[in-house]
Design a protein around this ligand. Structure first.
Ligand code: HEM
Length: 107
């Protein structure tokens, strides 16, 4: 939860955010926590917070949270893979584009 708070606070600083999440992905390689499960954590997170919003919950809000977790999943997976390749630096190619990081609208 505090990591998500940190993430949301850095939505306007994408380079800082990316470094933070890549490092989290590297740690998860060391925790032996496979990348294929990351998005499930996001979907569970969304299911958990939804009831607290009551009638303020909107499709737009749900899409923004999903976009955030797609970005987290994608970036953590890159960190995971870099660590898997024996601590290599993170590579990115022109074809590899991150999912768009949408801003969370105010409620
Ligand atoms: C969106 C997905 C996820 C996020 C944002 C996330 C976030 C975090 C954070 C912030 C920590 C603390 C990192 C630290 O040591 O400084 C952590 C630790 C950990 N995570 Fe995740 N995590 C995710 C998915 C998963 C999944 C899918 C697994 C298991 C399959 C997992 C297993 C672990 C384990 C084993 C630890 C270490 C716990 C400990 O030190 O006792 N995580 N995670």
């Amino acid at each position: 939860m505090s990591f998500i708070e940190k993430t949301v606070a850095r939505l306007e600083q994408e380079a800082v955010l990316e470094a933070l999440i890549l490092d989290l992905g590297r740690k998860h390689y060391r925790y032996n926590a496979a990348a294929k499960y990351y998005m499930f954590v996001g979907l569970e997170f969304i299911d958990t917070i939804r009831p607290f919003f009551e009638d303020k919950w909107t499709t737009e809000l749900e899409e923004a949270w999903k976009a955030l977790f797609r970005y987290l999943t994608w970036t953590m997976s890159r960190g995971y893979r870099a660590e898997e390749q024996s601590g290599d630096s993170v590579k990115s190619t022109a074809e590899e584009q991150p999912p768009p990081l949408k801003h969370i609208p105010p409620v």
